[in-house]
Design a protein around this ligand. Structure first.
Ligand SMILES: Nc1ncnc2c1ncn2[C@@H]1O[C@H](COP(=O)(O)OP(=O)(O)OP(=O)(O)O)[C@@H](O)[C@H]1O
Ligand SMILES: Nc1ncnc2c1ncn2[C@@H]1O[C@H](COP(=O)(O)OP(=O)(O)OP(=O)(O)O)[C@@H](O)[C@H]1O
Ligand SMILES: [Mg+2]
Ligand SMILES: [Mg+2]
Lengths: 252, 252
């Protein structure tokens, strides 16, 4: 039975995709079998593993609409123990098309149930919104990992995200837990960043991972080579931080 | 007749709000009458001018649903010549509730028509998605300003955004133009950043503003004081860049 984790935060550009791609790679490097589901119509997680636009024929949109089985959409990333369900821009249409479906919030949950036995972890990358795609991911997941940029607007959004998670818990998914918060793009020379980190640790305590992800240019270069930073530059501070995060995650 | 400009990019965290808030302030500082419309349920532009959560009673959600007139929702920012229409989290519900409305894409356009005579510029901040809120902003606007972070994922999203703008032009708004692209969080010491800038200028030519916005910590500190960076720290590189952008904009 896989541990299914959604990476969600409606604030944009906080490191959801970067964390999904690199954490999945880190877990696979530790010998775990991992599936990463790209739940964002931007398809950045799919790009992050080097898939071209024409390699997304099989994708999540088709699964949610019932046109394909999840099993047939799973592709290998080429990294041992790490598979992917791709996303393409058509996935944006699912936000509107799913509104008429029965049990529309459970489409992804039901699809993932058919493959859950084959994996140790399933990570779902979410778009920067709290629409039906993110709700499908939150309902399918047992817990939520919240990547949080140490900036003011991102901190402001955290309370709103926590309220939304609470609402989903009460309405349709009582077992949804917060797996943790991971601080991203951290630059401790910057006062605002230190302040936000202190605030978040005071507010959420142990829910905040001890490992923080530093701002590191190698992380933002890696996607242009279609590789996770762990493969692109193993010695970088970014790669080391994500390996450490994977190790800390395995202890939980 | 106001010049109505939407600040749009479905990629998250690229500087849409920061550009809307600081450009609006720069234009007002040049003596223009400006209205900024916060079209994002996160309400970051509203926060950027220091409005607390309980000061958003009158907001865009009520206007789009027809519960309030736009005129009654306009608030002063306290900055000479600069008014705001606030957003609160309820605006997220408009994405779903508007689907049943007649001419749902034109709700914002029709509302802004009632106040357009009173302003020189109306800037609309968009959420990081291409849903009904962003479509309302694109239909209401005469042109689109695209804030673009000089990073790989953001560049990848640009072609998708340009296609969406083209589709809207053909379907419902033939006069929609691209006002320009402004590069944000630029750090010319970083090779990737220089590469992205070169690519975008080669691809879009004069559509790309000569002014670039540098990565500047004072920009990210300003929202925690509820002020645009131009007021928070006029001498900062970020403030100077936005004043220069406003001047370049006035020449177009
Ligand atoms: N630790 C880091 N150091 C430097 N750059 C980073 C880091 N983490 C992410 N980035 C870069 O910042 C940008 C935003 O990150 P990313 O796209 O992963 O965020 P996101 O939350 O998935 O965005 P969206 O809301 O659009 O889905 C990307 O260009 C990425 O390469
Ligand atoms: N030039 C800059 N230098 C440093 N920080 C910046 C700069 N521009 C924006 N920021 C910071 O980067 C973060 C993202 O910017 P902003 O929120 O304006 O982007 P956005 O595109 O509006 O995000 P969203 O997609 O969530 O609406 C914010 O915390 C902001 O303070
Ligand atoms: Mg992403
Ligand atoms: Mg914004």
């Amino acid at each position: 039975m896989a541990k299914i984790i959604a990476l969600a935060n409606q604030k944009g550009g906080v490191g959801k995709t970067t964390t999904a791609v690199n954490l999945a790679t880190g877990l696979a490097a530790c010998g775990k079998k991992v599936l990463i589901v790209d739940g964002d119509p931007q398809g950045n997680a799919t790009t992050g593993f080097g898939f071209e636009q024409d390699e997304r024929e099989q994708n999540l949109y088709k699964v949610l609409l019932g046109e394909s089985d999840l099993k047939t959409t799973i592709q290998s990333t080429g990294i041992e123990g790490l598979d992917l369900v791709a996303a393409d821009v058509n996935l944006a249409a699912a936000e509107i098309e799913l509104t008429d479906f029965d049990k529309r919030e459970f489409r992804l949950k039901n699809a993932l149930a058919t493959v859950s036995e084959a994996y140790d972890y399933i990570l779902i990358d979410c778009p920067p919104a709290l629409g039906l795609l993110t709700i499908n991911a939150l309902v399918a997941a047992q817990s939520v990992l919240i990547p949080l940029q140490a900036e003011f607007y991102a901190l402001e959004g955290l309370t709103h995200l926590l309220k939304t998670i609470e609402r989903i818990k009460q309405a349709i998914h009582p077992k949804l837990e917060i797996f943790g918060v991971v601080l991203t793009m951290v630059d401790r020379r910057n006062n605002l960043c230190v302040m936000v980190e202190d605030d978040v640790r005071a507010f959420l305590g142990d829910k905040v991972f001890k490992t923080v992800i530093p701002r590191n240019v190698r992380i933002s270069e890696a996607p242009s080579f279609g590789q996770p930073v762990i493969l692109y530059d193993l010695k970088s501070s970014g790669a080391k931080a994500y390996i450490q995060l994977a190790a800390e995650m395995l202890k939980r």
